[in-house]
Design a protein around this ligand. Structure first.
Ligand SMILES: Cc1ncc(COP(=O)(O)O)c(C=O)c1O
Length: 469
């Protein structure tokens, strides 16, 4: 009788699968890749579960305190080594209004690269003369406004130079402009598609042309040598080249420039794919960047200061290093899967549609509650019905069940701007206020209405006809 019951309860036969032996989740240094103390149940005192409960999943969570302190540390590192420094907040890195507003409250100017970003900065109350206008495409109408409002316009090409001359002549004013330069630092791949090339004299030609124009005045030089630059010597080379060109122009054209803008590119504490060591070991801090840049600049401009002329203003356009670790992404597990090759996989509700940087970073993935389960290499898939939607190709995690949450960091740079409206609604972004328990929504989650507001449905198509019959 008993034997029959047991027999009836047997599960049907399954083909065995072979799994490669996992070295108990050891990383390349022989350490366990998952520790129970990696669990994080709260962000700045707010329970992750409660945040997800209230604002939905997935959810971007922004730390006001971290954002402000990052900006302050950047400025402190540079202002303690150089007398005249400003920071232009790179809008494209994260133009969520509240994030821009916090950085403007800290004193950052706006660095914009399109009519939209220019208009956004102005709508947030940034005066035109506190806007740095970069980029290869500036329409005539936005340039007319930017010139009128005294923005710092960084010229990208000769056609823009002509366009600016025309507009300034029409307005009957002398427009103050700077030129963007590209050159080889010897440490980074030159971004030669932007600005005027220094080595082939194009930059000199542009400077001479501005100098001869009745409607333009050259007031600065700009360059942005790339992004996520880990070798501070690249910046030493950059400022030496920029400063020497400034001296050459001042000497040969008998003019005085006001500023040197060295762009952005400082790395954030993120794990770039293909980089062997962890970010804590390879990413320089602001002091290390400043220590490489400021003394080199002061030394190269020694001949200028010895004549009693002040050092030019130094402009920083740091983006990712200021905002990346000020934002986290909360996500919930949708389902578990075992792949035919034996690997474990999880589907989560945040994919590359909202985490665009998953294409080039190995973001840190943490549990949000203790889990004593055996960690195994796991593939993290997003929710999209598209093969490209892989958030992590391999991450060591213990077993999780649907509904469990995960914390993905740092995600503040280039996700809230490069995310795609693709397949799923984009989620809410909240702000954890500094100095209070308050949490505010700073960007609402999308819904059908917000997603459809740009669609127009011609009247003939209002009725889907046969389907409703
Ligand atoms: C002109 C310019 N300035 C600043 C930035 C910000 O760069 P990052 O986020 O690497 O600091 C960029 C980004 O590409 C840029 O193109």
């Amino acid at each position: 009788m008993n034997a029959r019951i047991i027999k009836n309860k047997r599960r049907p036969w399954e083909a065995p699968t072979l799994r490669p032996v996992q070295l108990t989740g050891l990383n390349k240094f022989g350490k366990r890749t998952h520790h129970s103390h990696d669990d994080q149940e709260c962000i700045e005192g707010r329970s992750i579960d409660a945040l997800l409960e209230e604002f939905g999943s997935p959810l971007f969570v922004t730390s006001e305190q971290r954002l402000r302190s990052n900006q302050q540390s950047l400025m402190q590192a540079f202002a303690s080594r150089y007398p005249n420094v400003i920071h232009g907040w790179s809008y494209k890195t994260n133009y969520t209004s509240a994030i821009c507003a916090i950085l403007h409250q800290e004193g950052s100017w706006a660095e914009v690269v399109s009519a939209f970003e220019y208009e956004k900065a102005r709508s947030l109350g940034v005066p035109g003369n506190r806007i740095i206008f970069n980029g290869p495409h500036k329409s005539t109408s936005i340039l007319q406004r930017a010139i009128r409002e005294g923005a710092r316009i960084h010229v990208d090409h000769f056609d823009e130079l002509e366009q600016l001359e025309r507009i300034a002549a029409q307005q009957g004013i002398i427009a103050r402009v700077a030129i963007r330069l590209n050159f080889d630092t010897g440490y980074t791949e030159p971004w030669s598609r932007f600005g005027f090339n220094l080595e082939n004299q194009e930059a000199l030609d542009a400077a001479v042309r501005i100098h001869r124009s009745q409607h333009l005045k050259l007031c600065g030089l700009h360059s942005h040598i790339g992004t996520f630059i880990l070798d501070v010597r690249a910046y030493q080379a950059q400022v030496r080249i920029l400063a020497n060109f400034m001296l050459e122009l001042e000497r040969t054209l008998d003019l005085e420039l006001d500023y040197l803008d060295i762009g952005g590119g400082f790395a954030s504490r993120n794990a770039l794919q293909g980089i062997y060591l962890p970010p804590e070991q390879v990413v320089p801090d602001f002091d290390q960047y400043a220590e490489a840049i400021c003394p080199t600049l002061i030394e190269t401009l020694g001949s200028r200061t010895s004549e009693g002329r002040p050092l030019p203003q130094l402009v920083l356009e740091s983006g990712r290093a200021v905002v990346d670790d000020a934002q986290s992404l909360l996500t919930r597990v949708v389902a578990n899967k075992n792949l035919p090759d034996g690997r474990r996989a999880l589907i989560i509700d945040a994919g590359v549609n909202v985490l665009f940087t998953g294409f080039w970073y190995n973001h840190k993935v943490q549990l949000t509650r203790p889990n004593q389960g055996y960690p195994e290499e796991t593939v993290l898939y997003g929710p999209l019905c598209m093969n490209i939607d892989v958030v992590r190709h391999s991450v060591s995690l213990p077993p999780l069940k649907s509904g469990d949450s995960l914390l993905i960091t740092p995600v503040g740079a280039y996700n809230n701007t490069q995310w795609m409206q693709f397949i799923e609604y984009r989620p809410a972004v909240v702000l954890l206020h500094a100095g209070s328990e308050e949490v505010s929504v700073i960007r609402r989650a999308e819904n059908l209405q917000s997603m459809s507001q740009h669609d127009e449905l011609p009247v003939q198509l209002h009725d889907v006809g046969p389907l409703c019959a």
